[in-house]
Design a protein around this ligand. Structure first.
Ligand SMILES: *[C@@H]1O[C@H](CO)[C@@H](O)[C@H](O)[C@H]1NC(C)=O
Ligand SMILES: *[C@@H]1O[C@H](CO)[C@@H](O)[C@H](O)[C@H]1NC(C)=O
Ligand SMILES: *[C@@H]1O[C@H](CO)[C@@H](O)[C@H](O)[C@H]1NC(C)=O
Ligand SMILES: *[C@@H]1O[C@H](CO)[C@@H](O)[C@H](O)[C@H]1NC(C)=O
Ligand SMILES: *[C@@H]1O[C@H](CO)[C@@H](O)[C@H](O)[C@H]1NC(C)=O
Ligand SMILES: *[C@@H]1O[C@H](CO)[C@@H](O)[C@H](O)[C@H]1NC(C)=O
Ligand SMILES: *[C@@H]1O[C@H](CO)[C@@H](O)[C@H](O)[C@H]1NC(C)=O
Length: 482
């Protein structure tokens, strides 16, 4: 996605671990978590990883954090479900991947959640990790995959009983991409992978697809909803033209600080609608923000206006709609246009990754989608990246290194997608072989299948989870006979 002020303002807080740690696997503390009335507990470990797996000059190491729970693990041969951490604090993904906790007992599985380098506490150069392009140079998906493969080997070697355990990679979103790629690149490390809402084709699909899905969600969630959002952009421009326009808008939206330009408001709104589409879950949830059930419907209830409505009436509706996302709890004293999601995600790191190898072209045309027309401009994107990080993206690298659509020779990967999730646009939505399985979750938003069971789950996600477990068992059985 294009760079916004969010990227520039995000400050990564790094807690540098000063403890002298053994070069191996060392337990620190146990955390008790209660998420959706379920108790989640894990031990935290730190593992010495090579900063550079692919060259020999940089020989330093860093502490990679991972979380482990073995309360249900059958020590002789029970599988290891291995979460391939994505762009954020691993404890947050651990809290939000209830599926693994729900199936651990049934599978007799050990759970491991491995943090991605440069996020959370896993900082290759401590507090300096983000300070310059030289230190950021080791933030790549290839290095992260190598971290996972090395960690898996070490776990098997050092945890008594784990030698015989089959490892299954599980991840959602970018973590899902990593799960799929781990199976492709290191097939001896994992017997299979569940890649939930993993847009591994986002690099090569037409740039307008993503925002079309966002628009579709709003279109089906209320009368005139997407058309009124489409009309709001020009309304914001017209209102801003008047002397007190920006001030009126700042007040109407309850903003923390006065708007400097209409673009600031529009960029923030656009990101808000995207996030809402991603987390359009069928029950009250708190993933990016605390939200009601089917939040897009709740948003759209404020946007049913007919054509006759005035700009200010329309924008009043938009301001109510946006509060569904930012003030569902009623605790917000003002709305902050520099913030659109949880602080547990490492935005700066993700921007760096999209500015190097994870180039995902995005565009809008205002016709097939509800946004202002904005073509994809690789050169402008590259210039932004250069100004921000001093590096330029390599547009084709992801396709070359991970194979684009030509992945049918791989095996044992489930690609699950929700039809409400904008990232479905870059997902594998058709099975590619008997063991590269695509599952579409009707009524599902961003990796709904990875969340805890919930009484409001649609039938589609219940079936999907059962299928996923079925494949896990099949892969484990297969591996036992190899
Ligand atoms: C790492 O590299 C430095 C500088 O080249 C060298 O002095 C040191 O001995 C190396 N350490 C190891 C463990 O190879
Ligand atoms: C995970 O959940 C626990 C308990 O609900 C909470 O204390 C902790 O802050 C959560 N971690 C994150 C990163 O959200
Ligand atoms: C919205 O849905 C209507 C039918 O309900 C359809 O005619 C229209 O093309 C859709 N618009 C978009 C932008 O998807
Ligand atoms: C709102 O919907 C009604 C009927 O569904 C339609 O007649 C009207 O043109 C729509 N207004 C806008 C602004 O799309
Ligand atoms: C958030 O909701 C509370 C309770 O309804 C309200 O008092 C407060 O003004 C709202 N904040 C904003 C910024 O709208
Ligand atoms: C708005 O969000 C930014 C970025 O998270 C933060 O630095 C700033 O303090 C926030 N402003 C207010 C008034 O909360
Ligand atoms: C990928 O496969 C398609 C269809 O099999 C083929 O047309 C295309 O040339 C292949 N691309 C590459 C890069 O191998």
């Amino acid at each position: 996605m294009r760079l916004t002020s969010t990227a520039l303002l995000f400050l990564l807080l790094v807690s540098c671990n000063a403890l002298a740690l053994k070069p191996q696997l060392l337990g620190r503390h146990t955390v008790q978590t209660d998420s959706h009335h379920r108790s989640v507990s894990y031990k935290t470990f730190y593992f010495d990883q090579q900063i550079d797996h692919f060259g020999f000059l940089e020989n330093g190491t860093f502490k990679q954090r991972y979380l482990l729970n073995d309360q249900h693990w059958h020590k002789e041969g029970g599988p290891i479900l291995f979460y391939t951490g994505n762009e954020g604090d691993i404890t947050w993904f651990c809290n939000n991947t209830g599926f693994m906790w729900d199936v651990a007992e049934e599978l007799g599985a050990m759970l491991v959640f491995a943090e991605h380098r440069y996020y959370g506490e896993s900082m290759p150069f401590g507090e300096e990790s983000y300070s310059n392009a030289k230190y950021l140079n080791y933030l790549t998906s290839e290095q992260a995959l190598a971290d996972f493969a090395v960690l898996i080997k070490a776990l098997k070697k050092t945890v008594p009983g784990a030698q015989k355990s089959s490892v299954i990679a599980i991840g959602g979103s970018y973590g899902g991409m990593l799960a799929a790629w781990l199976r492709m690149k290191y097939p001896s490390a994992v017997v299979g992978a569940l890649a939930a809402s993993a847009p591994i084709l986002q690099f090569i699909v037409p740039c307008g697809e993503f925002y079309k899905v966002v628009t579709h969600d709003f279109n089906i969630s209320g009368t005139n909803c997407s058309s009124n959002i489409r009309r709001s952009w020009a309304a914001i421009d017209r209102v801003s033209e008047t002397g007190e326009g920006l001030q009126w808008l700042s007040q109407e939206f309850g903003l923390c600080s006065p708007l400097k330009s209409p673009e600031e408001l529009k960029a923030w709104l656009q990101e808000t609608w995207v996030n809402l589409a991603m987390v359009d879950y069928p029950y009250e949830a708190n993933f990016l923000q605390p939200l009601p059930a089917w939040p897009v419907k709740v948003v759209c209830a404020n946007l049913k206006f007919d054509t006759g409505v005035s700009d200010k009436q329309l924008l009043n509706g938009i301001s109510k709609a946006v509060r569904v996302y930012y003030n569902y709890t009623g605790d917000a004293s003002c709305l902050n246009t520099s913030q659109t999601a949880t602080g547990n995600l490492g935005f700066l790191g993700w921007y760096y990754q999209s500015c190097t190898e994870m180039v995902m072209p995005m565009c809008t045309d205002g016709i097939a989608d509800m946004f202002e027309p904005q073509p994809w401009n690789f050169q402008a994107f590259s210039d932004d990246c250069y100004n921000l990080f001093g590096v330029r993206p390599r547009e084709d690298w992801a396709e070359i290194v991970y194979g684009g659509r030509n992945i049918s020779d791989h095996s044992n990967i489930i690609f699950s997608n929700g039809n409400l999730d904008p990232w479905m646009s870059g997902g594998v939505t058709k099975s590619l072989s008997k063991s590269l399985i695509a599952i579409m979750i009707n009524g599902g938003a961003h990796h709904l299948d990875l969340r805890y069971n919930n009484e409001y789950d649609p039938e589609s996600v219940i079936t999907t989870r059962a299928q996923e477990v079925h494949y896990f068992m099949k892969w484990i059985k297969q591996a036992a006979f190899d």
